[in-house]
Ligand binder design. Sequence first.
Ligand code: LLP
Length: 427
Amino acid sequence: AQTVSRNADGVVTVGGVDVKQLAEEFGTPAYVMDETDFRERARAWRTAFGTDADVFYAGKAFLSRAVVRWLNEEGLNLDVCSGGELATALSAGMPADRIAFHGNNKSTTEIRRAVEAGIGRIVLDSFQEIVRVAHIAQELGVRQRVQIRVTVGVEAHTHEFIATAHEDQKFGIPLAGGQAAEAVRRALQLDGLELIGIHSHIGSQIFDMSGFEVAAHRVVGLLKDIRDEHGVELPEIDLGGGLGIAYTSGDDPREPYEIAKALTEIVTRECETAELRTPRISVEPGRAIVGPTAFTLYEVGTIKPLDGLRTYVSVDGGMSDNIRTALYEAEYSVALVSRTSDAEPMLVRVVGKHCESGDIVVKDAFLPADLAPGDLIAVPATGAYCRSMASNYNHVLRPPVVAVGDGEARVIVRRETEEDLLRLDVG
Ligand code: LLP
């Protein structure tokens, strides 16, 4: 867990560094990431799945070169979904054969670069892409290892924007109507491809394991059909990512070992019934590894009490560093971290500095009534999909990511500067 505590002055410390010191040295807002916690979570996933399975960290949750090195050292693989993520991974020394490439619209340039680099696997997302990748691989004189992503028709219980296994959507090839079976038929015929398995990702921020059970059942069903039709037993099955984390005290996440046990049992049982050799399992957690390892540190600015309603607390960031509240109605908590207070709690809405009223960071929370401009507050569990989805809206500069551990802090992604912004503006 994150090494958060309060020192004798009531100031919160993380990884042995106090937040006032962090704010002075690196400014606010800043994402503060606990390296020890990240490594422990990565290792917990790795250990839980053991040597008969692979853990691909989903880089979309948060990716930087330091993170790639941590993953490499902890024995995890990496899932990328764009040329930019691939470039980051390669530049930080992740071996290409431990990288998987996802996406529903990979460009030919991206595909070519991945194949040339010797990428471990490309996850094929459509009929057109099967042909596209085969063609590029053949041109380059290689047989590319691929998986086919299928949609299994499960309704994952999560926000509709992040549910991905129902059929009416852009990702994957439906199992329904024999479409996935047809995709397999085509992939097996093409010389440029080595089909190693089937992939399913049902959605994100999921707590209920039953969706994974149904997915595993249906994917194994396809593996059986493939064996019956083609006489080949595909060696791998990827069940994607999507395991939920605790954003507020109401959330009850599963531990990696429980997830590993559940998934392994389901696949093994299904394969026994189908008389198939159990394939090698892989998973792609993003949020579950990085989400809880960081908080966003903000400085309190304008405080506006609205009688009978609530108090609006403005911070020096907002929807540009955390779009999740506005986009998914995500719930967060918040705490005063630069001091303790005995004052009564007051109902607050933590809002950003952007020019729209939907710019909310924490919709409903309580902070002490003596809160004042200059206080530092922290929003936990912002390691995933916050920096990676950050924007420059209103030409606000994207915050740095500061890694802490063993009493030390260092910047792993620096704060943007006005020069950074202006450098791109060449008109
Ligand atoms: N594998 C695939 C194929 C994915 O599409 C995703 C996430 C993952 C793995 C990792 O999922 P995770 O373990 O992190 O839940 N921006 C949204 C989440 C979008 C997830 C997209 N795909 C959010 O902030 O909640």
